[in-house]
Design a protein around this ligand. Structure first.
Ligand code: TRP
Length: 384
């Protein structure tokens, strides 16, 4: 019962591309803080390749190549293998077995109501049943991925799942499965809590084009691995307030992604270090806080170029140490795969223990020590 008191983190990402600054402020930065807080007994970070395959069945190579990209992003962002186990989902077979039993505790109708699944099916066009296209329709594996995600979380008896807002329905679905399981078979599983970013700007970082979400397919991402020059060029091209035509015009801060990024990344010391960005030939400002910058932008007289120069400095200040570590790790892939192998081994051990608990609770552990003797004794009575 001592196990129940442990604080355990499980979270992860689908390896379908390099991670971007939306992932960073939405989850990755927080994970590193939680890791360093020393408050958690165990931390598992999952590279969810099996989940990525649920809508990339025809492109396993993409998933395969992106496992290393995500691992490099993790380690360079500060996840420390001495404190956090980084694992490859597909190599923990116990997760698949748990998923199969949980499937019986969830209805098709409930899955159909999961808002994230609904939205993702829409986004991928799985619902368009253009009869000629045999790709139309939703893969069953994709439809069921919330159940597999419940297996991911419960396999590690996770108490805390730090994720972005879009994952809320997954955690809710997991909690329902846990309650159903425990009520049906006995208390083998732990109900997890979601941990959302505490800063509104970090909940959902918009794309550089101002669209609601940063996404590779929209081409509006700033990647953790982008060079300083790439960051500068991407920021220069960012959408701002389309009504802010002249520098003297009053500008809008709300819905302006340049300000959302500053909300997510800017720290007080940045004004001291990068204040010269606001000193130009035509106008010059001495700002000490983001609130002062916003007030000036709203009043008019503050140009987008100045703010973008400042944002570039702020972003590169955060990204530079990550880039430096990534460059070094890229030269040492055997080390990175060693981290993944060890993390996966630790994960397998934890998941196997939970699977044993689950099978014991369901009484499908026929060949466990002592179980068969009891069963034979009981059933012999029946055949007397
Ligand atoms: N669904 C998550 C995403 O889209 C990835 C993921 C898989 C995950 N399993 C998880 C997140 C378990 C948290 C917990 O990024």
């Amino acid at each position: 019962m001592e196990e129940k008191k442990q604080k355990i983190i499980l979270t992860g990402d689908r390896p379908t591309g390099r991670l971007h600054i939306g992932h960073y402020v939405g989850s990755l930065r927080r994970r590193v803080e939680l890791q360093e807080s020393g408050e958690f007994d165990k931390i598992f970070i999952m590279i969810a390749d099996a989940q990525a395959l649920t809508d990339n069945a025809d492109n396993p190579e993409k998933v395969r190549q992106n496992i290393i990209e995500v691992a490099l992003d993790y380690l360079s962002a500060g996840l420390d293998p001495a404190k956090s186990h980084i694992l490859i989902q597909s190599q923990v077979a116990e997760l698949t077995e748990l998923t199969f039993y949980y499937m019986n505790l969830v209805t098709v109708q409930r899955l159909q109501r999961n808002p994230t699944v609904k939205q993702e099916i829409q986004m991928r066009g799985f619902n368009d049943d253009a009869a000629a296209d045999n790709k139309a329709g939703t893969p069953v594996g994709f439809f069921c991925y919330p159940i597999s995600q419940a297996a991911d979380i419960t396999a590690f008896k996770a108490t805390t799942v730090p994720v972005g807002e879009d994952q809320e329905p997954m955690i809710e679905q997991t909690r329902e499965i846990v309650r159903k399981f425990n009520a049906t078979y006995g208390p083998a599983l732990v109900e997890p809590e979601i941990l959302l970013p505490d800063n509104a700007a970090c909940l959902r970082l918009p794309g550089t084009d101002g669209k609601a979400k940063m996404s590779k397919s929209l081409g509006n991402c700033i990647y953790l691995s982008d060079s300083a020059e790439e960051v500068k060029a991407k920021v220069r091209g960012m959408y701002t307030d389309p009504g802010h035509l002249q520098v003297s015009d009053p500008g809008k801060v709300e819905g302006n992604p340049v300000f959302t990024y500053l909300d997510a990344f800017c720290r007080p010391e940045h004004f001291e270090r990068f204040g010269e960005c606001f000193h130009g030939r035509k106008s010059s400002f001495d700002f000490h806080s983001l609130e002062e910058v916003k007030a000036q932008y709203r009043a008019g007289g503050l140009g987008d170029v100045m703010i973008k120069n400042f944002l570039t400095e702020v972003l590169n200040d955060t990204l530079e140490p990550i880039r430096v570590r990534r460059k070094a790790l890229e030269k040492d892939l055997p080390y990175v795969y060693d981290v993944l192998r060890k993390g996966t081994e630790a994960a397998r051990e934890a998941a196997a223990a939970t699977l044993a608990d689950v099978k014991r609770a369901m009484r499908i552990n026929y060949f466990d020590a002592g179980v068969l003797d009891e069963l034979i004794k009981e059933q012999s009575e029946r055949f007397k």
